[in-house]
Write a protein that binds this ligand. Structure first.
Ligand code: ATP
Length: 234
């Protein structure tokens, strides 16, 4: 098998004195969509924040295309090609959609052009002059993803992209993820919404109490349903 695009080994992390991740291993290969499942508080968001270096108190190995990210300063990590879309979305609410799309810095070749963004997100094209504050939750989520696509990041880290969104918008986000997969994008997704996750993921990891307790491919999902029901309380 080829070298993973993203490889995490033995990751531990702390909030102050509180030890939250206890040795997390995970790999994402180029072109894969991988979903991290787990109950509230299992450590999914903390895993993403530790990979991004937002949470600094951590130990272990984090590599992107073999390159060590652990010791890089925070402002260099995005430039290594990791594109993080946080749960709180991080768009500029005082700026228009179009302005939000003009601002992201280019971190690598292959960032989406404005035309490509507006083609992938027709609703953003319609709202291009609307201020961030005027957007619906779904539009904000689309804009947050679109901003990362503009940078040329070679892996997208999405933290609960469907959180608080109406079912029809969740479907639209699913369509976007499938379109990105078709373009060969690599995606690591944290998701509470299992019904959504199972429609987009190629592979799953399951977390519990800061540990990775299982991993399996989408075609192995049926056989895992009983244990997943128990772990996730589905
Ligand atoms: P959720 O869906 O609720 O975000 P999660 O799996 O993403 O769940 P995390 O947010 O990573 O879980 O939380 C893991 C643990 O770390 C939990 O016990 C949580 O209470 C704790 N935690 C999260 N954020 C902080 C913080 N800023 N300070 C201290 N403890 C925190």
């Amino acid at each position: 098998m080829t070298e993973p695009l993203l490889e995490v080994k033995g990751l531990q992390a702390w909030y102050g004195e509180s030890h939250v991740l206890h040795g997390v291993d995970l790999q994402v290969h180029r072109g894969e969509t991988v979903t991290l499942l787990g109950r509230n508080g299992a450590g999914k968001t903390t895993t993403l924040k530790s990979i991004m270096g937002v949470l600094r108190k951590r130990q272990g190995e984090i590599r992107l295309s073999g390159k060590d990210l652990m010791n890089l300063p925070l402002h260099h990590i995005a430039y290594a090609g990791l594109g993080f879309v946080p749960e709180e979305r991080g768009i500029f609410s005082g700026l228009s959609v179009h302005e939000n799309l003009l601002l992201p810095p280019k971190v690598a070749e292959g960032g989406f052009t404005l035309d490509e963004i507006y083609h992938l997100f027709p609703n953003l094209a319609e709202r291009r002059n609307s201020q961030g504050t005027k957007l619906s939750g779904g539009e904000q989520q689309m804009l947050a993803i679109a901003r990362i696509l503009r940078t040329g990041a070679n892996i997208l880290l999405l933290d609960e992209p469907t959180e608080g969104l109406a079912p029809v918008i969740v479907q639209r986000i699913g369509d976007v993820i499938r379109a990105l997969k078709a373009k060969g994008m690599t995606i690591l997704l944290v998701e509470q919404n299992f019904r959504f996750a199972r429609k987009v993921a190629d592979r799953f990891y399951v977390m519990e109490d800061g540990h990775m307790i299982d991993t399996f491919r989408a075609d192995e999902l049926e056989g895992r349903m009983d244990s997943l029901n128990e772990t996730l309380g589905l």
